[in-house]
Design a binder for this molecule. Structure first.
Ligand code: ATP
Ligand code: AMO
Length: 429
């Protein structure tokens, strides 16, 4: 029976392991190779005079990254990684890898990100890369468990839709029989509709599609969004939920991914509650103290402005009280100062992680806001209808999973946090 490599200790007497050939060294009388599976590596040592002719013949044919099966005695040996090695009695090549490899998995030859992404399956064999995706898995599992524990219902909404949600730009049109359709930018309208359905609190982790023209280190054309919507809640309630979620996710990763964090050289600091709430006006004031291209009232924060405020605050924080005109039609204006709305962004010192708001639940006000944005209420009829038959007050947010992972692990490029990124120039693999 195959054993995970990590389970083979210096005390193990006999082992069978299957994995990829990480390294091969032939030193004449002695040959070594290192086998890797996702749990770790083990050295296989071949004293040529002592092994069978069959094993010797197989050793001659082995190439790096082939899948091999090794069965033999385990010996405790200090020089070897993990303090043990296997001397094979049986050695079988299960799947021979072609040479040369498109990518050096052992990372002796560094590769550009593009080359890595072209052969992502090989790239993902690297312990460092696997660590990122192990942690990403821990992040989404922890978020799911956390939201389920808070009574949120996990929903799935359509990704092929008839209307834009975030204002009509950045849409990917698709051919849908004889109709015009689009890839969904956000589950926004659907999660709100589930408030009218009386689900009270919902979440979804799913793909969002944005036809961003620009190629940046923090934008993808297909991203993963964690969306939440809660009834009988306002923006402050859901900001607290988001804050608790971030802390829970960080704590879980710190607790359950210590090997992966070590592999990445990350000492994870869990952010502390409460995250500062900085009104939009104050945020642009802070940014304008240091940045060259000043932000005028009503402007979005540029990346430089985000970094300036991030440097000043030094921790996760919220930007609250945005000018109503800067936000989508569904954000609820403050009744006493309607030029500002109950919208927020969750910021990591490096960049925006999430956006959210208390939503408008009044039908007439919503229609007015859709018109004010130059959009036509007719194309939103399926959505607007749900506001005419009893819509509770509600609030929610959308959090970019890749940005969460990217900032948590201090990755230089968002593509590092996606298995098969889609960007302006990449449609394969
Ligand atoms: P040794 O230190 O074993 O006496 P050596 O100088 O006799 O080594 P070889 O036995 O041919 O030379 O080994 C060549 C290299 O491989 C040396 O650098 C040695 O330290 C290393 N080596 C030998 N055996 C092992 C092993 N089981 N695991 C890891 N490295 C080994
Ligand atoms: P927004 O458009 O701000 O809000 O998106 C929410 C979060 O999703 C992530 N994100 C992206 N990540 C990578 N590449 C992209 N192109 C990309 N676009 C978005 C970001 C962002 O903060 N409906 C609202 C949410 C709500 O109010 O509930 C929305 O979509 O981390």
């Amino acid at each position: 029976m195959r054993q995970p490599i990590q389970a083979v200790t210096p005390k193990t007497e006999y082992a069978e392991v299957i994995g990829w050939v990480h390294e091969v060294r032939d030193l004449g009388g002695l040959a070594f190779f290192v086998i890797r599976d996702r749990s770790g590596i083990i050295q296989v040592t071949i004293p040529k005079k002592k092994v069978t002719a069959e094993v010797l013949e197989t050793v001659r044919n082995i190439s790096r990254e082939s899948v091999v099966r090794v069965r033999g005695q385990v010996k405790a040996i200090e020089k070897a990684p993990g303090g043990r090695e296997i001397v094979p009695e049986e050695l079988e090549i299960i799947s021979l890898a072609e040479s040369p490899l498109p990518l050096d998995v052992a990372e002796k030859v560094p590769a550009e990100l593009d080359t890595r992404l072209d052969s992502r399956f090989l790239d993902a064999r690297k312990p460092r890369v696997r660590a990122i995706f192990f942690i990403r898995s821990a992040v989404t599992c922890a978020a799911t468990a956390f939201l389920a524990s808070r009574g949120c219902i996990n929903i799935t909404t359509p990704k092929i839709v008839a209307a834009a949600t975030e204002g009509g730009t950045e849409l990917f049109p698709i051919a849908y029989f004889e109709k015009e359709a689009f890839m969904n930018q956000s589950p926004q309208l659907y999660k709100q509709m589930m408030m009218a359905a009386g689900f009270e609190s919902v979440f979804e982790i799913g793909p969002i599609f944005r036809a961003e023209e620009h190629n940046t280190v923090r934008h993808l054309n297909e991203a993963t969004s964690l969306d939440v919507e809660v009834s009988f809640a306002d923006h402050n309630d859901v900001m607290e939920l988001l804050e608790d979620l971030i802390i829970h996710v960080y704590e879980t990763v710190a607790k359950t991914c210590s090997n992966e964090l070590a592999e990445l050289g990350i000492e994870l600091a869990v952010p502390k509650k409460p995250f500062p709430r900085i009104p939009y006006i104050e945020a642009i004031e802070i940014a304008n103290r240091t940045i060259e291209e000043k932000i005028a009232f009503g402007g979005d924060l540029s990346p430089a402005a985000e970094r300036a405020v991030g440097d000043a605050v030094g921790t996760h924080y919220f930007i609250v009280d945005w000018p109503t005109d800067t936000r989508p039609y569904y954000a609820m204006p403050y009744p006493d100062r309607p030029e500002f709305c109950k919208a927020f962004d969750l910021m990591h010192p490096r960049m925006e992680l999430a956006s959210g708001a208390q939503r408008i639940h009044d039908y007439n006000l919503l229609v007015e806001r859709i018109r004010a944005k130059g959009l036509s209420p007719e194309s939103f009829e399926f959505y607007l209808k749900t506001f005419r038959y009893g819509m509770p007050p509600h609030a929610g947010w959308g959090l970019g999973i890749e940005r969460l992972v990217m900032t948590m692990l201090d990755l230089g490029n968002i593509r590092e946090a996606v298995l098969f990124p889609r960007d302006r120039h990449r449609l394969t693999p």
